[in-house]
Every structure is written in structure tokens, then in C-alpha cells.
Design a protein. Structure first.
Length: 86
């Protein structure tokens, strides 16, 4: 599989990077943590949306279902709950 055919396939960018690596090419698409300064505007937008949902609970999860962010109403309804599933 060539690098150009991988870039045209309809897959998530992360999957395309994996295919490129498997084919012996360097990853073409950068991956950044939400805490990366480059993504500060995204984090600001997420925080704005979470505040906009108040007084109702709202949360943001990643592709694995892990909690990334939540508003204060979510904190209130989960107070006293275990951090990890039992």
C-alpha cells in the first residue's frame, strides 16, 4: 500500500498513521494531547460549552470512554461515588 493511497482512505487519522507505520512510512498526521498549548482554543471552547449547560450536568469523554472534562453540576451528582468502577 502506498502512502498516497493511505492518505486517501476513509479512516480516522490515527488509523492512517498506524497504516503508514506498518507500511514503513513516517506518520503523516500529528497527535496532540488536549493539554497541548496548540489546542488551548479547543479547551477554551469545551469549557465554554460545559459552563453553558449549567445548571445541568455535562461531561466530555474521549474515544475510550474516559472522562476528560465535566462541569460543576456533574461533580455534584457524582459526589461520594467511587472514582473507578468496582
Amino acid at each position: 500500500m502506498s502512502a498516497s493511497s493511505i492518505s486517501r482512505c476513509e479512516r480516522a487519522l490515527r488509523e492512517r498513521n498506524e497504516l503508514l507505520l506498518a507500511a514503513g512510512y513516517a506518520p503523516a498526521y500529528p497527535e496532540s494531547s488536549l493539554d497541548d498549548p496548540v489546542l488551548a482554543p479547543v479547551r477554551t471552547a469545551i469549557d465554554h460549552i460545559l459552563r453553558g449547560h449549567l445548571p445541568y450536568p455535562a461531561l466530555v469523554v474521549d474515544r475510550g470512554g474516559d472522562l476528560v472534562a465535566a462541569n460543576t453540576a456533574f461533580d455534584l451528582i457524582t459526589e461520594g461515588a467511587a472514582d473507578e468502577p468496582v
